[in-house]
Design a protein around this ligand. Structure first.
Ligand SMILES: [Zn+2]
Ligand SMILES: [Zn+2]
Length: 294
């Protein structure tokens, strides 16, 4: 029996003898070092628990050990209001430096009256960019939704683009979408920055639509996509109560959905988009009329 295993849990009996009573352990020096250490360690562990219990009473929670987005450890930023911790770059918006004072993540931060300012690109360049793109409040709300998706355990397959090696993926899925693209478009510095929450929401549903279209319905990824979509829809209703988002109501398997996506996408004139030739086709004027389905 490994002794570190013994430290973690109740020692398992190594023989068929009945497990000794606690008092026996204390009195018998010939016992293996594992259980001895356990006894020595226990009172300390007990104190630790009591201490952290006191801290918990103050803070109301204990922070997690791994980044809520990438599930990796390292230098992590702890939210003061929820157990989530983040790498600066994994948070939405990505932060440029560690904050000095109190800090709350964008899931917990008040979107109307933010308790803390983030040191992020949008803030640093706000002077030049406030005129276009999402309003400050919509920006914070979309960031919250994006972070809610990213910190959901099911989001792993959606965080990065599907591999170019995935057979036939890019033949079948004409408008790939993933959270890395959505994150980038939340940046006011992006030429494709959102100008309304509708565009953000449409991209999220496009991502789920692609997932449902490409993957077998029974597959793990398809199931994750459906669950995450339901999660997103519920959060969307929470943060935008009473507001209708056309994409949320479309049957994501229908062809109309694709058309609607293109129409929504094409209805905005982004000068910078001309650089991306594969986007040109989607700005066809004829598609605009189909928008009125909704
Ligand atoms: Zn991370
Ligand atoms: Zn939080």
């Amino acid at each position: 029996m490994e002794s570190d295993l013994d430290l973690e849990s109740e020692p398992e009996p190594t023989t068929d003898d009945p497990q000794p009573l606690r008092s026996d352990l204390e009195e018998e020096p010939q016992m293996s070092p594992g259980p001895r250490q356990l006894l020595i360690a226990n009172p300390a562990a007990q104190r630790d628990t009591e201490d952290s219990q006191t801290e918990q009473d103050v803070d109301g929670m204990e922070s997690e050990d791994f980044c809520a987005v990438c599930l990796i450890g390292g230098e992590l930023l702890c939210c003061d209001r929820c157990p989530k911790v983040f790498h600066l770059s994994c948070h939405v918006p990505p932060l440029l430096s560690f904050p000095t004072g109190d800090w709350v993540c964008s899931i917990c931060r008040d979107v109307l009256q933010p308790e803390v300012e983030y040191d992020c690109e949008n803030e640093r360049s706000s002077g030049a960019n406030t005129a276009h793109g999402l309003s400050a409040c919509d920006q914070r709300t979309c960031e919250r939704l994006a972070l809610l998706i990213l910190s959901n355990i099911l989001s792993a397959p959606f965080q990065e683009p599907v591999s170019p090696l995935a057979r036939h993926y890019y033949q079948i899925i004409k408008r790939p979408m993933d959270m890395s693209v959505i994150r980038a478009k939340l940046s006011k510095g992006s030429p494709r920055h959102y100008s309304s929450p509708d565009q953000f929401v449409a991209d999220v549903y496009l991502m789920f639509h692609n997932c449902a279209k490409f993957n077998y319905p029974d597959s793990e990824v398809a199931q994750a996509g459906r669950s995450l979509e339901a999660f997103f829809t519920s959060k969307l209703k929470e943060v935008f109560p009473g507001r209708d988002f056309p994409m949320a109501e479309v049957d994501s398997d229908s062809d109309e959905y694709d058309e609607a996506c293109r129409a929504t996408d094409g209805s905005f004139l982004w000068p910078e988009r001309r650089e991306q030739c594969h986007r040109k086709r989607k700005r066809r004027q004829s598609l605009k009329s189909r928008r009125h389905h909704f």
